[in-house]
Design a protein around this ligand. Structure first.
Ligand code: ZN
Length: 103
C-alpha cells in the first residue's frame, strides 16, 4: 500500500504533507482553512499515525466547535491509536445485522 495522501473529515478534504518538522517545535500541525495536515517524518510510522489522529481530532474539534483542550486531544489520539492497533479486524469485519425476517 502506498502512503495515504489525503483524508476527508466531515466532508472536507485534507491533504497529508510529510515533512521534517524538527525545527518547528511540533510533531505535526494542521489547518482547516487551507485543508492540510502535516506530519513530522522523523517519527516512527506508529508515531506518525498517532500524530495524524491527533491532528484529525483537532480538526473535528474545530469543525464541530468542541473546543477540545490540547491534553484531551493528546489522550484521545493515544487511546484511538491503541484501539486500532490492538483491534485491526474491528474496522474491516462485517457485523451481524438483525433484519425484519428474523423477527
Ligand atoms: Zn495538538
Amino acid at each position: 500500500m502506498g502512503m495515504a495522501d489525503s483524508i476527508k473529515i466531515l466532508g472536507h478534504t485534507y491533504t497529508f504533507e510529510y515533512r521534517d518538522l524538527r525545527h518547528e517545535g511540533n510533531l505535526g500541525n494542521s489547518c482547516g482553512m487551507k485543508g492540510y495536515i502535516r506530519v513530522d517524518t522523523c517519527q516512527t510510522e506508529s508515531q506518525q499515525k498517532e500524530t495524524l489522529l491527533h491532528e484529525i481530532f483537532h480538526q473535528i474539534s474545530y469543525a464541530l466547535h468542541l473546543e477540545l483542550k490540547e491534553d484531551t486531544v493528546q489522550r484521545l489520539a493515544a487511546g484511538i491509536q491503541a484501539l486500532i492497533v490492538d483491534n485491526p479486524e474491528m474496522f474491516t469485519m462485517t457485523l451481524p445485522r438483525r433484519t425484519e425476517k428474523d423477527a
